[in-house]
Design a protein around this ligand. Structure first.
Ligand code: NAP
Length: 242
C-alpha cells in the first residue's frame, strides 16, 4: 500500500495536502501534535475521498518521539511504504530580535527545522530501498525574502531550503526528488487575526491564497511526472515576491 505521510495534517495547509494525497490514491498517514478532533476531521475527509488513512499523534520537534513513534510505525507497517513525505508541520512566534526570548528562538527552530531532519532521516531509508520517493518541504516566503519580526522563523525556513538543495543532490540518483514550497500569505489559523483587507493591497493578485492552492502544488511535485524537478523551491505568493 503506497502511503503519504503529511506532518501537521490536522489543520490548514496540511489538511488540504492530505486530501490531495487521497485524491492521488495514497493511504494517508496524518500526523498532528495535539488537536485530535481536527485530525479526525481530516481522516473523515480522506475517507470521503474514497481512500484510507490513519492518525499519528507525534510532536515532530521531539527527536525521541519521532524515533519511537514513527520508527515503530515504519517497523510494524512494512506493507505501507511511505512514498511521499510532506514536511508541513510548523509554527511561528514573532518578535523583534531585540526582544526575542531564548525559548522563542529555540522552539521555532526545533519545530520548523529540526523536525525536518528527525522525520526525513527515518523515512529516507525506505525510499532508498525502493529507489523511489517524493519529499516536499513546506517553507515560507519568509525563508526567501526575510520578514521583520521573524528572525527565528526566517532562519528555520531558510535552513530547510538549504537542506532541500543538499538532500536532492544526495538522493537524486535513487529516484527520489526533494523540493520545497514557499507559500506567501495563506488563509489558515496561522494568519488568523491579520488585517487581510489592508495587507492584500500589497499582493499583486489582491487576496490571500488558499490551502487548496498550496496542496495543488504539492500534488504536482508528488506526481511521477515531476521526476525531473528537484532541489527547487516553488513560490506560491500571488506575486508578492519573486
Ligand atoms: P496551522 O493552520 O497553524 O496548522 C499547523 C499544523 O501543524 C497543525 O496541524 C498542527 O497540529 C501541526 N503542528 C505544529 N507543530 C507540530 C509539531 N511539533 N508536531 C506535529 N504537528 C505539529 O498552519 P498552516 O498555516 O497550515 O501552516 C502549515 C505550514 O505552512 C507551516 O510549516 C507554515 O510555517 C507554512 N506556511 C504557512 C503560511 C500561511 O500563510 N499560513 C505561509 C507560509 C508558510 P495540531 O493541530 O495538533 O496543533
Amino acid at each position: 500500500m503506497k502511503t503519504a505521510l503529511v506532518t501537521g495534517g490536522s489543520r490548514g495547509i496540511g489538511r488540504a495536502i492530505c486530501l490531495k494525497m487521497a485524491e492521488m490514491g495514497y493511504h494517508v498517514l496524518i500526523n498532528y501534535k495535539t488537536n485530535t478532533e481536527e485530525a479526525n476531521k481530516t481522516l473523515l475527509l480522506v475517507e470521503k475521498a474514497g481512500m484510507t488513512g490513519e492518525l499519528l499523534q507525534m510532536d515532530v520537534s521531539d527527536k525521541n518521539q519521532v524515533r519511537d513513534l514513527l520508527g515503530s510505525w515504519i517497523e510494524n507497517n512494512t506493507e505501507k511504504y511511505i512514498e511521499v513525505l510532506v514536511n508541513n508541520a510548523g509554527i511561528k512566534d514573532d518578535s523583534l530580535m531585540l526582544y526575542m526570548e531564548d525559548a522563542q528562538w529555540e522552539n521555532v527552530i526545533r519545530n520548523n527545522l529540526d523536525s525536518f531532519f528527525y522525520v526525513t532521516r527515518l523515512v529516507l531509508k525506505g525510499m532508498l530501498l525502493k529507489k523511489y520517493g517524493r519529499i516536499i518541504n513546506i517553507v515560507s516566503l519568509s525563508g526567501l525574502k526575510g520578514l521583520p519580526g521573524q528572525t527565528n522563523y526566517s532562519a528555520a525556513k531558510a535552513g530547510v531550503i538549504g537542506a532541500t538543495k543538499v538532500l536532492a543532490q544526495e538522493v537524486g540518483r535513487n529516484g527520489i526528488t526533494v523540493n520545497a514550497i514557499a507559500p506567501g500569505l495563506i488563509k489558515t489559523d496561522m494568519t488568523e487575526g491579520m488585517d487581510e483587507n489592508e495587507i492584500k493591497k500589497m499582493i499583486p493578485v489582491r487576496r490571500f491564497g488558499t490551502a487548496e492552492e498550496v496542496a495543488h502544488a504539492a500534488g504536482f511535485l508528488a506526481s511521477k511526472e515531476a521526476g525531473y524537478i528537484t532541489a527547487e523551491t516553488l513560490s506560491i505568493n500571488g506575486g508578492l515576491y519573486s
